[in-house]
Design a protein around this ligand. Structure first.
Ligand SMILES: C[S@@+](CC[C@H](N)C(=O)[O-])C[C@H]1O[C@@H](n2cnc3c(N)ncnc32)[C@H](O)[C@@H]1O
Length: 353
């Protein structure tokens, strides 16, 4: 608890997103700086952890996009928030089978957690891969950004309307326990909500200020150097105006204000808002589709059939259940959505028509 007190040592009351930033990423006690959260022994599993089939399908999409860009001799593929590196390892393995793109590609990993960066550097040994602290450093393009469960890891703000006033959610410490309170929002914050037409009479308004900040440079680079950005996340298209904050530990839900620094805190991504955001910054988003549709368009079922054809029954059924987790609407198939943002003049729309 002493460590949590430190968060509040300068200001007794802090905005929700700043609180989340500290609890998740503080160098000393932030969750992602201390824990390796992935896998059965961790707190949750992500699509690349579930099956290589997922990462292989992204590789296929990437090859098609690169071909659509007329096979540039040099191309940057930037993974935002690479986690334990599972995706990158399979991407390299798959692209090795396609020597032309493998020669051209430069894989850049953008990771905030020093702990995870260490894990990535230990696992990913390849001359093709480098790590970057500042995306502005990427000077030559085209650029293709990819983020799986990246957006939901970026802290959000929450607001609500009451008697004509817009209030913002803050965190504070009460008897050694973190609690939350709504206070009148600053005018500059209200202006931002209005820009995206978010103000509603009832319910909670979620606003990803940290997310937008991260994506500012992504948008600039796509416009400047050509390319696009592909995002997968747990989220929704139609706003329900409820709080979607959730905390997870040991694969179970946890109270938001308990086990701070030992539990992940995320929320559902508002894909409709991100679409508005990309369009506001001059990029194009044709469609937002389900993970199931994307993976099936890329041929995940055919790939499963080939990969499993020589497997014994045990391995085959294991792979089958992993495939099911990725594409069945009862599991991740529908709740996970995919968004592709690209330059306005870009005609590439594989899976997004
Ligand atoms: C939920 S994990 C997803 C990991 C991985 N993409 C996967 O699917 O397994 C979120 C990742 O984003 C990283 N991350 C969060 N905020 C970041 C930021 N602002 N810049 C770079 N990486 C960030 C986290 O450290 C972690 O690696």
């Amino acid at each position: 608890m002493k460590k949590i007190e430190k968060i509040f040592s300068k200001n007794k009351i802090i905005p929700l997103d700043y609180f989340l930033e500290k609890v998740l990423y503080d160098k000393e006690f932030g969750y992602y700086q201390r824990k390796n959260p992935f896998g059965v022994k961790g707190d949750f599993v992500t699509a690349p952890n579930i099956s290589n089939l997922f990462s292989e399908m992204i590789a296929i999409w990437l090859i098609s996009f690169w071909e659509n860009l007329n096979k540039p001799k040099k191309i940057n593929f930037i993974e935002l928030g690479p986690g334990n590196g599972d995706f990158c390892l399979i991407l390299i393995k798959t692209l090795k089978n396609f020597p032309e793109i493998f020669k051209s590609i430069n894989i850049v990993l953008y990771e905030k957690s020093e702990k995870l960066k260490k894990i990535q550097k230990k696992r990913i040994i390849s001359g093709k891969v480098s790590w970057v602290k500042d995306l502005k450093k990427i000077k030559k393009g085209p650029v293709i950004f990819f983020g799986n469960e990246f957006l939901d890891a970026l802290p959000i703000k929450q607001f609500k309307e009451k008697d004509g006033d817009i209030l913002e959610k803050f965190a504070f410490l009460k008897k050694n326990k973190v609690d939350f309170i709504f206070k009148k929002a600053l005018r500059k914050q209200i202006k931002k909500l209005k820009t995206f037409n978010l103000i509603k009479k009832n319910g909670i308004i979620e606003y990803p200020e940290y997310g937008f900040k991260e994506l500012d440079v992504v948008c600039k680079k796509i416009k400047e150097l050509n390319g696009g950005a592909l995002f997968f996340d747990y989220g929704y298209k139609i706003e329900k105006n409820v709080s979607t904050l959730q905390s997870v530990m040991n694969h179970k839900f946890n109270d938001i204000n308990k086990n701070l620094g030992n539990a992940d805190i995320t929320y559902l991504v508002n894909f409709n808002l991100y679409e508005k955001y990309f369009k506001f910054y001059g990029l194009n988003v044709e469609n937002i589709i389900s993970q199931s549709k994307f993976l099936q368009k890329m041929g995940i079922i055919e790939r499963f059939k080939i990969a499993s054809s020589k497997m014994n029954l045990e391995k085959k059924s294991d792979l089958y259940f992993r495939l099911k987790r990725l594409i069945d609407p009862k599991f991740m198939g529908e709740s996970f959505k995919v968004l592709f943002a690209k330059n306005k003049n870009c005609k590439f729309k594989l899976a997004f028509e």
